[in-house]
Design a protein around this ligand. Structure first.
Ligand SMILES: Cc1ncc(COP(=O)(O)O)c(C=O)c1O
Length: 381
């Protein structure tokens, strides 16, 4: 886990929160709204809503689309499970699409092959810090009238054809867990330009209470038969981000350029050291994209073993497969199969896969040791 992540700036802001004696989401030190506004400006999105984890951000982003139970959301075959479990959590059905074997990123062809009359949305994960091929993906989404969620948890400040990832689809989500480009220990964000999506996201993560910012009008709770109501206008959870987290996130955002520069240095070192090693393939970068790596992926000989996060192979998916229903009891149509062999490119791409952690806190000698270990493994393979 990364060290040297936090400094004086975080402590100064945290002290402000502690002294205010008011650390919840709406505490008087106001760091959460300040952070949301600053991140919106940094990303280039109108509305940002911070929540208590990246998984909550995925769940909230999907819920913001207002889908019905049993609707299908296409997910990448290779991604952390935090991407597809939230689909289950909102009563929808995850359908896994194959990836580009060069990058393990979901492809337009993979998506198109999985579209059915129940498909409503696709989650695009900009994996490892690398932007997906958004032009092709957006074209498929437009053709089939699908909403696009961009999961940018691993890809802050990465660019696709000059645009930051997270500004291309309908809604984006981010994680601020410890290992990410900026962190509040745990935390997440949803970002969109659509006020209706922002409103639903805010309500869903605040037990249905419409505590919108950005001067958006809030409905008022009305009594029923003379009895008081508290204003829970829709179903939701409490995924609120606290002022303590907001203070840390605000300080981190002020340092993101410096963090990104250090990540680039680490990546350059890896590329220099490994570009001429026989049997090693470096990260494939799509034309006109600028990654901002979270981890740097490489491929060595297949004898290095298999690595990768194939969601549909996990035990819980095997249980859903056997029961023919999702974990929350939504029936799986016959064509939804969580079985080995269903996404061949994804499965093949796990062979010989390896990655280097390029967090900005990684020291030169630490990376050097990781590179040497990898080189030795490749030599012995
Ligand atoms: C692509 C992606 N999406 C979502 C998440 C979930 O984030 P969290 O761990 O903050 O819940 C992660 C976390 O690793 C992630 O990498």
């Amino acid at each position: 886990m990364p060290r040297n992540c936090f400094g004086e700036e975080e402590l100064t802001y945290l002290q402000e929160v502690i002294e205010s004696q008011d650390a919840w989401r709406w505490g008087r030190s106001n760091f959460v709204p300040r952070f949301e506004e600053a991140f919106g400006a940094h990303l280039g999105r109108k509305y940002v809503h911070a929540v208590n984890s990246g998984t909550s951000a995925n769940t909230t982003a999907y819920a913001s689309l207002g889908l019905d139970a049993g609707d299908e959301i296409i997910c990448p075959a290779v991604a952390p499970i935090f991407v597809s479990f939230p689909v289950v959590a909102i009563g929808c059905v995850p359908v896994f699409a194959d990836v580009d074997p060069r990058t393990q990123i979901i492809s337009a062809e993979g998506i198109e092959a999985r579209i059915t009359p129940r498909t409503r949305a696709v989650v695009v994960v900009h994996l490892n810090g690398q932007p997906a091929m958004m032009r092709e993906i957006m074209a498929v989404a437009k053709k089939h009238n699908l909403k696009v969620i961009e999961d940018c948890s691993q890809s802050y400040d990465a660019y696709y054809k000059g645009r930051k990832v997270g500004t291309i689809g309908d809604v984006a989500c981010f994680s601020m867990q410890q290992s990410k480009h900026i962190t509040s220990g745990e935390g997440g964000m949803v970002a969109t330009d659509d006020p209706e999506l922002y409103k639903r996201a805010t309500e869903f993560s605040n037990s249905g209470m419409p505590w919108y910012l950005y001067d958006l009008e809030r409905p008022e709770a009305k009594p029923l038969n003379g009895l008081p109501t508290r204003g829970h206008f829709s179903f939701g959870h409490d995924f609120r981000f606290s002022e303590l987290q907001g203070a840390v996130a605000f300080a981190q955002l002020e340092k993101i350029d410096q963090f990104n520069a250090r990540r680039r240095e680490l990546v350059e070192k890896i590329e220099t050291e490994l570009c001429n090693v026989a049997g090693v393939r470096l990260a494939y970068v799509y034309p006109e994209t600028q990654p901002n790596y979270w981890v740097y992926p490489v491929w060595g000989p297949e004898s290095l073993g298999c690595r990768g996060e194939l969601n549909y192979i996990e035990v819980e998916y095997q249980r859903m497969q056997a029961m023919r229903q999702t974990s929350v009891g939504v029936p799986l149509p016959d064509y939804v199969q969580y079985v080995p062999g269903s996404c061949p490119n994804a499965e093949k791409s796990t062979r010989g896969a390896w990655s280097f952690f390029v967090h900005h806190s990684v020291e030169d000698d630490e990376l050097e040791r990781a590179i040497q270990t990898f080189k030795e493994k490749v030599k012995d393979a």
